[in-house]
Design a protein around this ligand. Sequence first.
Ligand SMILES: [Zn+2]
Length: 529
Amino acid sequence: MNYTEWPFIEAQRIKERLDRLGKTNVVAQTGYGPSGLPHIGTFGEVARTSFVLKALEIIAPEIDRHLIAFSDDMDGLREAPKNIPNRDMVIEHLGKPLTSVPDPFGEEKSFAHNMNRKLQEFLNSFGFEYEFASSTEKYSAGAFNDGLKRVMNNNQKIIELFTKTISEDKRAAWSPFFPVCENCGKIYSTRVTNHDTENYKVSYVCDSSLEGKYTACGHTGEVSIFDGTLKLGWKVDWALRWFSLGVDYEMHGEDLMESGRLSKKLVRVIGGKPPELFKYELFLDEDGKKISKKIGNGVSIDQWLSYGPVDSLLYFMYIKPQQTKKMGLPLLPKIIDQYLELVAKYDGETVDSPVTFITRLSKGAHAVAMGDDKAVNYSMIYNLVLALNETDPAIVREYLLKYQPKIAENMEYFNQLIAEVLKYYKEVYLARKVDEEPSRDYDEAILAFCEELEKLKNAGDKPEADVIQNMSFRAAKERDINMKQWFKTLYLVFLKQSSGPKIGSFVVLLGLDKSIERLKTHLGKAPAK
Ligand SMILES: [Zn+2]
């Protein structure tokens, strides 16, 4: 087996690990912070991990596969998200574990319970296979107790590992444990004052307000480290999870490189084996800026799925996860067509292809191969809509069927694609449109091209894309016109934009009548000589 697609390489790495450890099942984990709604990053991580597990299923079907979608819902709430109801009420609970903050929507037991439900609905809508796990539940049920015991037994080593970079005086105050204050319920306001390593207890005081962000109640207490009375600080917590859940594989963003390195050391200290990690790069927007939830740049899942098919989104997550990638609404047609082109070339059998993973993962209708050069893709439908200035899907469909009757075999997919293009046209193109007038310098050539098309029409021959492409080329060449300028002008005449598809196939799609009419309208606008 010489598969080269990246999920296979990852799957191979997992297989070698399992062989080494004598394991017959694999546990992969993805992380989710329920202080906000699931976003494109959450989606990407689950999708990519699922690709790897699919690859593993192909190379080693005997291995039992588990994907844990782990929710960090015992983390404290640091900030009240904007755009939620009852925000003032939520602010009163800042610093409490997310599962102790009341649900501002009034639907679930807590804020985190609501977000966890949304995460699951979100993942289910894509058909991902996973097991949901809640940090709060794991801690409370004692699932982490053995690991916690080991953390306490190795407390000194962990403190040393952790505090190498911080000053001596601060080391004394550092602890991996974060108790929940028994009086006020906050987790971010407590500070451990003593570790009782014999009885597995910690003493704490609730006096840390973190620059006034949280109010601390001043309570002092002593708690057992077991059964959900406390949680561990982030990097130790990550190691604890790997140890307790037996995690073999996890992906993380470039921003968690350092955490990953330290957590690997930490899990060894408590007697575990670090999982195989896979670092992916972050997304940039169309201008090359980092995507940030605060700025709201890039594309949200909702936007993507209202303008493009789900398999194009999966494809975007699939391609080169270890390179930074740009995403933005204007790039959407190009990304979708890259995928359609791949599908068009796909032989339907090869396993070592992105298409294998995407069609096996996504629900709903898929793109299929057209089998010849008259492929119908997103840009093409988009150009047709631009040329026709037409938002009636039935009329667009009629044009497409005339051009490529084969789409009738997959009408469900194409109807969806047409609807998405029309939505993109109305909401993105029309909103950003800048009018540019075609140059008048090439009217003579346009007239010549137009006359050739009329001859073709009168001859009654079936218009061929190549023939028409040559006509357009000749009209410019005979007049020594710069080709770039010439085609730009034709695109402006046909599409009111400066670039577009091959003129030959486009005229076939639009039809000779409509094309001639368009050229004549332009010529009619020419100022009198
Ligand atoms: Zn307190």
